[in-house]
Design a protein around this ligand. Structure first.
Ligand SMILES: [Fe+2]
Ligand SMILES: [Fe+2]
Length: 212
């Protein structure tokens, strides 16, 4: 069942049911991310071959992330994908940016996926505090996901920069315009500065993201 993101219940990870809801929500994001990467490949023609190879690699990694989380959900939490409602925030941004590859690169990988870089350490911290074997196993899965997500955001940053250069756009100023035009969400502090730097955000962009 798909709901508006404000209608999806938040649960404490202190209970097994709460952890199942949490892992399910992340699995849903990964599932959408598979389709998002593949959508970039078939929708946007005329890019260099490396663009398609990059997004194919992302799709394969997203499929791995989804599988890791689904297996965890089934084996350790006795639930499955589809047991809880989910929201469509990621996919609606995919639809909104279907006609604009610059906006897609700006707002899906380097905005929504980059928010995952910020959120993951906080989720891991909560799960470590819970400390049960399933919670600690989830922390390890999230380590793998976080490491590979840095690569996805880097790919988004690379192609966003490439497209801006080709179109003669100022990457930082154009990003601010796109955020407004498409009503993209702002990052939630604290930013994962190390991961964002590793993914290629410049100091100017980090300042803009933090202070507007
Ligand atoms: Fe992922
Ligand atoms: Fe990703």
């Amino acid at each position: 069942q798909l709901l508006h993101h404000t209608a999806v219940a938040r649960r404490s990870p202190a209970t097994p049911e709460g952890r199942a809801v949490l892992i399910h929500a992340i699995a849903h994001i990964e599932f959408n991310a598979i389709n998002l990467a593949l959508d970039a490949i078939w929708r946007f023609a005329g890019m260099p071959e490396t663009f398609y190879r990059d997004w194919l690699r992302v799709a394969a990694e997203e499929a791995k992330h989804f599988r890791l989380l689904r297996d965890h959900l089934r084996r350790q939490l006795h639930h499955d994908y589809g047991d809880f409602p989910a929201h469509q925030g990621l996919w609606s941004m995919c639809e909104k940016t279907a006609d604009d590859i610059v906006a897609r690169m700006a707002l899906v990988p380097r905005t929504l996926e980059a928010r995952g870089l910020d959120a993951t350490p906080l989720i891991q911290h909560k799960l470590r505090q819970v400390g049960t074997p399933d919670a600690l196993a989830a922390v390890a899965i999230l380590d793998t996901i976080l490491r590979e997500e840095v690569g996805h955001v880097a790919i988004g940053n690379h192609w966003y920069g490439w497209l801006c250069t080709r179109a003669g756009l100022d990457a930082v100023a154009h990003y601010a315009a796109l955020v407004q035009r498409y009503e993209a969400p702002r990052p939630k502090p604290p930013l994962n500065e190390a991961a964002r730097r590793a993914a290629g955000f410049s100091e100017a962009e980090m300042r803009w993201l933090q202070h507007g």
